[in-house]
Design a protein around this ligand. Structure first.
Ligand SMILES: [Zn+2]
Length: 323
């Protein structure tokens, strides 16, 4: 537990996605459902407490677009006369810090919020942002998950529905476009990837795209099988991201270093493919999940990618589940 706590607290951008990994790291093995529940509840509080004290760092990009780092997933903001447009909401306890950094970006009111998917560390702040004036837009599965008790099997944990104001009021199935502050903003559904609700958000003129949690920059990703995610879906989303970008595109990952590019995305995609192949080979030989972890199919990548709370063993288990 102490090790897990230190990991969580020492890095910015940790999230609930990491709870499973932290619980695993804490015990050197899977917890019983009862233990996992207690652990997850403790860690949710820990994440909230830590986010409450965590500063938000603003990275200014171009065309009045910035990215805010420090409240769950990376948050993009477009400013201008039509009001502030936020891509993801962060965690509610960050409200005072977010309010300040948003004010520093200009006096425009907050008018729009897009959720890239349903996870807590991207949508927990929906309700206060709605009260502050944001109309909330998302893929239809995000609304579905945020409206119901959401069970994440890996943690034996139930998330409660958001308050009515925090539920997206405008949803779409595959594509949606907005024209705000002179920017053409394209929202596009990936199909099942990290969850079954992930979308990319593209700012055409600025050549900037927020790719949700289909990309974790420099760290192993969480994959949420309990709401439709899979390793193959993650790889398909990475291929779609590569096809939709060029060498000048600024790519905003859901987690990890918030200002990225095509070369880093390509490296992430190649890591996913190589580990998927290694794990599939071992599973095909009849190896159990624990035997597969013991064979260290991620070894070539751990120095770079395995330093976050989704550690090599936890990531191997996530891949094993999907091959
Ligand atoms: Zn997520």
């Amino acid at each position: 537990m102490e090790h897990a706590k230190k990991n969580l607290l020492s890095r910015r951008g940790f999230c609930l996605c990491c709870v499973g990994g932290a619980a695993f790291a804490a015990t050197n093995g899977w917890l019983t459902p009862r233990e996992a529940f207690a652990e997850a509840r403790g860690l949710v509080s820990l994440i909230k407490d830590s986010a409450a004290a965590s500063p938000i760092v603003t990275h200014r990009l171009r065309n009045n677009i910035s990215v805010l780092e420090g409240s769950g997933g990376n948050i993009a903001v477009l400013t201008g006369p039509d009001g502030k447009v936020l891509i993801d909401a962060g965690i509610t306890v960050s409200r005072p810090q977010l309010t300040k950094v948003l004010a520093d970006l200009g006096a425009d009111p907050i008018t729009h919020l897009v959720n890239t998917h349903w996870h807590f560390d991207h949508a927990d702040g929906n309700d206060w942002l709605h009260s502050a004036g944001a109309k909330i837009i998302a893929q239809e599965n995000t609304r579905k998950h945020l409206s119901e008790v959401q069970r994440v099997e890996d943690w034996d944990y139930n998330f409660l529905p958001l308050a009515t104001g925090g539920i997206p009021s405008e949803v779409f199935a595959t594509e949606h476009s907005l024209k705000l502050n002179g920017a053409s903003i394209g929202l596009k559904y990936y199909g099942p990837a990290h969850t079954d609700s992930d979308i990319s958000v593209t700012f055409a003129e600025a050549n900037i795209v927020h790719v949700a949690d289909t990309f974790w920059n420099g760290i192993y990703p969480f994959i949420d099988y309990s709401t439709g995610g899979s390793i193959d879906g993650m790889i398909a989303a990475s291929d779609a991201n590569l096809a939709a970008t060029n060498n000048e595109t600024i790519i905003i990952p859901g987690h990890g270093k918030p200002v990225s590019n095509k070369a880093e995305l390509k490296e992430f995609r190649d890591m996913l493919v190589a580990i998927r192949d290694n794990v599939a080979k071992l599973k095909k030989q009849g190896k159990s999940r624990d035997e597969t972890v013991a064979a260290k199919p991620t070894a070539d990548f751990d120095t770079k990618w395995g330093q976050f709370v989704i550690d090599p063993g936890f990531f191997t288990r996530l891949v094993y589940e999907g091959v």
